[in-house]
Design a protein around this ligand. Sequence first.
Ligand code: ZN
Length: 241
Amino acid sequence: MARPRRRTTTTAWGHGRRGAVQTGVADIRNTKKVRQLAAQLRNECAARGVTLVSGEAEEILADRIRGIAQRLGVNERTVLDRYLLEDTVPALADALAAADTTYHQAVDAVEPVVLDITDTGRVIAALGMTMKLATEALQTPTGHADALGVATDCADAVVGIGAAIRSTDDEDIEIGGATLVYARNVLQRAVQLIHDGTWECPCSTPHAPGVTCTLQANLINDMNLLGGWAGGAHEPPAHHR
Ligand SMILES: [Zn+2]
């Protein structure tokens, strides 16, 4: 089983951090001060047992700085020069460590689902479709939200399901842990992003606010094969078929 990566959707400061790259932020991320703060954040996180992937510390800081700038009505450079407190970086590291713990507890508490090969095939196809939509969204000006994260998590889910198929002796394939969490999350996210119009849907049925098109309905069905959406550790027992 692949190591569970820290999630980016449950953090204390709102929006997911991946996909947060926007106009203007790139400048801040490349400043000497942010690079220094990023190095400090990586160290503080490491001391708390959390490893940040390449570029992640800079992105977290940029996200934080943008949030403060919006709240105060000043530009990001001003925040960087004047409004970052001494405990900003340790506080961020604390929040990341807390989110990491929450995520691991949620993953550990997930009850596996058991699928036959036909339904496993459906789930793989749904993940493939979601990956395709995410990849297309990456090429549009407005569809970036979470697209890279969704595509990456789709890939992780497919790898995990492949491993589950390989390790089974009979017809039943057990999918659990981080693989199950990734698979549910990305399908859920895809439905949301199509539903709110952030992602363009290629299916031929009507698309309007409040209308569930055929592709959304199919993704929801596939999500139900996986025991439906689970928000965290308090999920009901998975649906065994
Ligand atoms: Zn559609």
